[in-house]
Design a protein around this ligand. Structure first.
Ligand SMILES: NC(=O)C1=CN([C@@H]2O[C@H](COP(=O)(O)OP(=O)(O)OC[C@H]3O[C@@H](n4cnc5c(N)ncnc54)[C@H](O)[C@@H]3O)[C@@H](O)[C@H]2O)C=CC1
Ligand SMILES: N[C@@H](CC=O)C(=O)O
Ligand code: NA
Length: 425
């Protein structure tokens, strides 16, 4: 069976290595050898003698490679919307199976890709696109297809988890930790996608689509990244016995679904609190199955290549059996709730004037918006005076209106941070 590999960077080069190192086992598992017909790269003349593949296979013409008659399976590990979308669509329409790690594209235009797969009678597999090596999409697409999922919540971006872990554990700075994550092959080509939460939002859209049988695109996902998380937020969380994590939360209730990505404080004893470095972990709550947790390497070339190869064996076997599998399912078509209607708890930190009566004024603003305060703590004196409030549950709209009015109080010099608190019962 002949493969076209599009892209030979962090993930692509590891796919090449694993295909070579595990060739005999892969042949036995598929029933015939898997052969690289070509690898599309930007610069075919570059020295890649460290890779176990002939220099002849490299080409700059991805379009020609995808349309070659002898190519059965296309593996796309370039990333981005175009030209990846055109390559994948052309391959699927021509009946070639596609494996992709491209969450950005799937979350923007997954419906068109699935339509192309259906038109060509071909497979579209993308386990590597969410949570790297962790088998997560196949369980959602297959194992849990008989159940009703109410919650998918977890850490799905390795780069930001690496940065937050370093800030919490060693007090390292943001920029330095991001550079390390890039050097280790965790970050996207443009790491803004990681730190601003776009990558996690794309993954959230894919997870919500599969969990709730509803078309969810990245535009439906509420998103905040970690660029505004400060060392003082991390320290404030620690004082409460919490840690800060970038969470993806997709939930379903009687009103529909909500899908969001944002930093949150979670209790130190919560299982997600112990997920460090570039590891990912995802909870799934299903009606009959109860709670499930998936954990493992969420980023990095070799772990991600493992997920690509798992998909490769599956689609190669399907082709040998003359079948295609795993079509998308969007029949439920549930409404996506506005973020303003989402209910959670909040940690609000205010720089205040150090004078009598401030606490009462602040409390009255919370009360006016019917946001109940669970704890209030004042620390520091004079110019350093800080007031930290933690609320009981309220809607995001209630909390935003509260913050708008807090800013207007003369005694409140600055709203230093507002962070959601998750994972508490
Ligand atoms: N690095 C990771 O840990 C993970 C990456 N992914 C996804 O896998 C995909 C690839 O990621 P990486 O390997 O990390 O990126 P990368 O930037 O290391 O590799 C992409 C490769 O594609 C090449 N390329 C760009 N435009 C091209 C074109 N027009 N024709 C041919 N080649 C072209 C680049 O030169 C580069 O070598 C992306 O969609 C990414 O989101 C998914 C899970 C984990
Ligand atoms: N940049 C991504 C790579 C894996 O999807 C991440 O850091 O998680
Ligand atoms: Na995965």
């Amino acid at each position: 069976m002949k493969l076209a590999l599009l892209g030979c960077g962090t993930v692509g080069s590891e796919v090449v290595r694993l295909l070579h190192d595990q060739a005999d086992d892969l042949t036995a598992r598929v029933g015939e050898p898997l052969e690289i017909a070509g690898i599309a790269v930007r610069r075919p003349d570059r020295d890649r003698s460290d890779l176990p593949v002939s220099s002849e296979v490299f080409t700059a013409d991805a379009d020609a490679l995808v349309s070659r008659d002898d190519v059965d399976i296309v593996i796309e590990v370039v990333g981005g919307i175009e030209p990846a979308r055109s390559w994948i669509t052309a391959a699927l329409r021509a009946g070639k199976s596609v494996i992709t790690a491209n969450k950005a594209l799937l979350a923007e235009d997954g419906a068109a890709l699935h339509a192309a797969a259906a038109a060509g009678g071909a497979d579209l597999y993308y386990e590597a696109a969410v949570a790297g090596a962790i088998p997560l999409l196949r369980p959602l697409r297959e194992s849990l297809h008989g159940d009703r999922i109410s919650l998918v919540m977890g850490i799905v971006n390795g780069t930001t988890n690496y940065i937050l872990s370093r800030m919490t554990d060693t007090g390292s700075g943001f920029a330095e930790s991001l550079q390390e994550a890039s050097d280790l092959g965790y970050a996207e080509a443009d790491p803004t996608a990681d730190v601003e939460g776009f990558d996690a939002a794309a993954k959230a859209a894919i997870l919500a689509s599969l969990a709730f049988h509803t078309r969810v695109t990245v535009a439906d996902v509420y998103r905040e990244g970690i660029t505004e998380v400060t060392a003082s937020d991390v320290a404030s969380a620690a004082k409460m016995g919490c840690v800060v994590k970038l969470l993806c939360i997709a939930s379903r209730d009687d009103n529909g679904i909500s899908v969001r990505v944002h930093p949150a404080m979670i209790p130190g004893e919560h299982p997600l609190a112990g997920v460090g470095g570039a590891y990912n972990a995802v909870f799934v709550q299903a009606e009959a199955a109860g709670q499930l947790m998936f954990y493992g390497a969420g980023a990095g070339g070799t772990p991600t290549a493992s997920a690509v190869l798992g998909d490769l064996v599956a689609v190669a076997r399907n082709r040998r059996g003359g079948a295609s599998a795993l079509t998308d399912s969007a029949y439920a078509d549930l409404p996506v709730q506005r973020m303003g209607d989402v209910v959670t708890r909040y940690h609000v930190s205010l720089d205040v004037d150090d004078e009598p009566g401030v606490l009462a004024e602040v409390a009255s603003v919370f009360a006016a918006h019917r946001v109940s305060m669970r704890t209030v703590r004042q620390s520091g004196r004079g110019d350093e005076a800080v007031l930290v409030a933690v609320t009981h549950t309220a809607t995001d709209a209630q909390l935003s209106a509260t913050v708008d009015d807090l800013v207007k109080l003369p005694a409140v010099r600055r709203v230093a941070s507002v962070m959601r608190v998750e994972g508490e019962s």
